[in-house]
Design a protein around this ligand. Structure first.
Ligand SMILES: Cc1cc2nc3c(=O)[nH]c(=O)nc-3n(C[C@H](O)[C@H](O)[C@H](O)COP(=O)(O)O)c2cc1C
Length: 308
């Protein structure tokens, strides 16, 4: 099921979400070999950062809560990883973040020199006081970050958004106007909190964390649906996808590609092959194709694409 996305050929519409499997070339390669069409790196920041203290991730069964806190070696302390990734045989999406517009620009310029196939601008991380999300909840700052990055690279840009924006469609539109080539939605939802009732204290060391996995799928589907109406550029839809039928739902909401993050924990690395098979089976059983169902949930919506 090959697919063209921003001028590149992908072997299928599935994407590894940023942050769940790090930046090691061998692991990213294995993900691609396991049936993933596009592999996203963990977000790369402007300076070395340890992230938050443990515990940082809790599995709640119906999803996860995490406050990893954007740990990064820093863009210019990754020579080994960059060198290995130069010789890759899979499409790569490099995710970046900054604490200011200037930092986004600096990281983007450097990362652009490493020739990833796409650059994903993370303006949506909820787990850091200074980094990322503040830019994604406000149209002006989202516009400013994306246009600053646009000025320093010709590589296709994907803006990754947060469901915490008061109106995510307006943020997506601002990113499109600033030069983004695609939108990725959503980053984790929340923030939420889990309390250990015996210890009478929050379990996460950072106390609050972003929610992911099946419990956030309806939020993700709603966001993609709203964004699809507002922009003309393609969307990577993610949040809670673990089955082929979830992928069908996301495509019907308006996603050209479908991302998987927490699902790797629930179904293992084999999830990409499984979701591809389930998606194909569903399409065959219904005598249709991905192109035919893209955005099909909008067909009875009086507001047409691009009308908002
Ligand atoms: C442990 C963990 C780490 C994450 N790290 C990042 C990150 O570095 N950059 C980013 O843009 N998103 C990050 N995310 C968010 C995911 O990429 C994804 O947007 C979110 O988890 C929703 O998808 P899912 O329900 O399939 O997990 C992280 C998620 C988890 C669970």
């Amino acid at each position: 099921m090959t697919i063209r996305f921003l001028g590149k050929k992908l072997k299928n519409p599935l994407v590894l979400a940023s942050g769940v499997l790090g930046n090691n070339k061998e692991i990213l390669e294995r993900v691609h070999e396991s049936g993933c069409g596009l592999v996203t790196m963990k977000s790369i920041g402007p300076a070395p950062r340890d992230g938050h203290k443990n515990p940082t991730v809790i599995d709640l069964g119906h999803g996860m809560i995490n406050a990893v806190g954007l740990p990064t070696p820093g863009y210019n302390h990754m020579e080994e990883e960059w060198k290995a990734l130069e010789k890759r045989n899979f499409p790569l999406n490099a995710s970046i973040y900054g604490g200011s517009v200037k930092e986004y620009r600096t990281v983007a310029k450097f990362v652009s020199g490493k020739s990833p196939d796409f650059i994903e601008i993370n303006i949506s991380c909820p787990n850091s006081e200074q980094h990322g999300m503040i830019f994604g909840v406000n149209e002006e700052s989202a516009f400013e970050v994306v246009s600053a990055v646009r000025q320093v690279t010709d590589i296709p840009l994907i803006a990754k958004l947060t469901p915490q924006a008061p109106d995510i469609a307006k943020i997506a539109k601002a990113c499109e106007e600033a030069g983004a080539d695609a939108i990725c939605a959503i980053n984790t939802a929340g923030p939420g909190m889990v309390i250990d009732i015996e210890a009478q204290m929050p379990i996460l060391a950072f106390k609050k964390g972003g929610l992911s996995g099946p419990m956030i799928k309806p939020i993700a589907v709603r966001c993609v649906y709203d964004i699809y109406k507002a922009v003309s550029i393609p969307i990577i839809g993610l949040g809670g996808i673990t089955t082929g039928e979830d992928a069908v739902e996301m495509i019907m909401a308006g996603a050209t590609l479908v991302g998987i993050g927490s699902g790797v924990r629930y179904r293992g690395m084999g999830i990409f092959d499984l979701v591809n098979q389930e998606l194909e089976a569903w399409l065959t059983a219904h005598g249709t194709t991905v192109d035919h169902i893209l955005g099909s949930a909008h067909k009875n919506d009086p507001l047409q694409r691009g009308a908002q």
